[in-house]
Design a protein around this ligand. Structure first.
Ligand code: ADP
Ligand code: MG
Length: 456
């Protein structure tokens, strides 16, 4: 008997150009500090974002939607990611780009629904019977392989657990030995073993070993109080999508998670609407019983003008359902045709009825000193040395093009400097890469000047 815990399916984000951002940088009154937590300027938008964070925390926001609107490179994506940082890792934040819905393999609405459910968290509290303590002994007992041959197999494993109150020696099934190995449990670790399922959870290294020589960062935990064998409240944070995935495969066991699996026993690994409905039903039941708590998170859809009328309609309907996340959109479009329609023009390319329920946060172009601050900050984050003249040139370029363009020029400029045998970036390096890599505006200008040479 073995339980596969529900694995997190959180997306690994590619946010390398935003790594300097650590939060919204607000003071205790919610006012933006000019330069804090990696953010510079854009005070109004940051303060508005702070209010959104408060509303999410107090759960006043679910089913609502926010739109960041502003020219390219004004920090829309940056501020959205800062919101994620402020919310912490217990509140799900699922980022996606509008164009992600176009795939030849998966339906557009399916992509949307999957991300929608990635943004809804569930905190499950269970009281479980566990054996908990610091491992004092861990010895597998081997026997001759009953199938013959020279090999040996583990027949059982003997484990000693110590708490502040006492010690206990347990004789365990070899299957549990496997999970002990998977969690890399060693003598001196604090662990607990669920009595029903045999699932092993390593909590950290015991305080008693805190002085030992150790290269890796370890988390040290105190010796557990109470008896080794006890009831313990175990909290698990999952998203609805985690549950969908876990239950799309048949599994076994006796705790809540696997009972959910047993309820449906689907044969395919595909996540169907039916499966989702069943999961919602069970989830609602657990919420009513007070076992689980809903944690509405954030679905962030960048470049939202890439969605078409069909996906907008679907999204709007999904927002009306009882279990919905907060949706944050971002776009740099003004008035444009809604995708998938012939000629319906709307602000930001968003249908009117959806637009009507949005709270809109504007982002404005940066001033020259702000651009300079941000470039400096990026250079430090990337570990690059920027000469004053180079910084001046870059900031000037930033006012003519976009912030994103100049931020992106930093890396090639550093390379150009390196090729010329330098460790810092000079003005001439910027000039060199600037002539090699065009920004969108200059590129468009060349296109229109030399129209006849390009294919239509
Ligand atoms: N206020 C800010 N403070 C610090 N860095 C910023 C700020 N605004 C934008 N950036 C950085 O500038 C670059 C472009 O911003 P981005 O958020 O991608 O713009 P947008 O999404 O509006 O097009 C990114 O590297 C971003 O991290
Ligand atoms: Mg963006």
């Amino acid at each position: 008997m073995k339980i596969e815990e529900v694995k997190s399916t959180a997306k690994t984000q590619r946010i390398s150009v935003h790594t300097h951002i650590k939060g919204l940088g607000l003071d205790e009154n919610g006012m933006a500090i000019q330069f804090a937590a990696g953010l510079v300027g854009q005070e109004k938008a940051r303060e508005a974002a702070g209010i959104v964070v408060d509303m999410i925390r107090t759960k006043k926001m679910s089913g609502r939607a926010i739109l960041f609107a502003g020219p390219p490179g004004t920090g829309k994506t940056a501020i959205a990611l800062a919101i994620a940082q402020e919310l912490g890792n217990k509140v799900p934040f699922c980022p996606m780009v509008g164009s992600e819905v176009y795939s030849s393999e998966i339906k557009k609405t399916e992509v949307l629904m999957e991300n929608f459910r990635r943004a809804i968290g569930l905190r499950i509290k269970e009281t479980k019977e566990v054996y908990e303590g610091e491992v004092t002994e861990l010895s597998p007992v081997e026997t001759e392989n009953p199938m013959g041959g020279y090999g040996k197999t583990v027949s059982h494993v003997v484990i000693g657990l110590k708490t502040a109150k006492g010690t206990k020696q347990l004789k365990l099934d070899p299957l549990i030995y496997e999970s002990l190995q998977k969690e890399k449990v060693e003598v001196g670790d604090v662990i607990y073993i669920e009595a029903n399922s045999g699932a092993v959870k390593r909590q950290g290294r015991s305080d008693n070993y805190a002085t030992e020589f150790d290269l890796e960062a370890e988390e040290y935990v105190p010796l557990p109080k109470g008896d080794v064998h006890k009831k313990k409240e175990v909290i698990q944070d999952v998203t609805l999508h985690d549950l969908d995935v876990a239950n799309a495969k048949p599994q076994g066991g006796q705790d809540i998670m696997s009972m959910m699996g047993q309820l449906m026993k689907p044969k395919k690994t595909e996540i169907t609407d039916k499966l989702r409905k069943e999961i919602n039903k069970v989830v609602n039941k657990y919420i009513d019983q007070g076992i689980a708590e809903l944690v509405p998170g954030v679905l962030f859809i960048d470049e939202v003008h890439m969605l078409d009328i069909e996906t907008f309609t679907y999204l709007h309907r999904a927002l009306e359902t009882a279990i919905a996340p907060i949706v944050i959109f971002a776009t740099n479009r003004g008035k444009c045709v809604i995708r998938g329609t012939q000629d319906i023009v709307s602000s930001h390319g968003i249908p009117l009825d959806l637009l009507d329920r949005l709270l809109i946060i504007k982002t404005l172009p940066y001033s020259r000193p702000e651009i300079e601050q941000i470039i400096k900050l990026r250079a430090t984050t990337e570990g690059l040395q920027l000469e004053d003249e180079a910084l001046t040139l870059l900031s000037e370029l930033g006012t003519q093009t976009t912030l994103r363009y100049v931020v992106q020029l930093l890396t090639p400029a550093a390379l150009a400097g390196k090729i010329n045998g330098r460790t810092s970036i000079l003005k001439e390096d910027i000039e060199e890469v600037k002539s090699l890599f065009l920004d969108a505006k200059s590129s468009a200008k060349i296109l229109s000047q030399q129209k006849d040479r390009f294919m239509e």
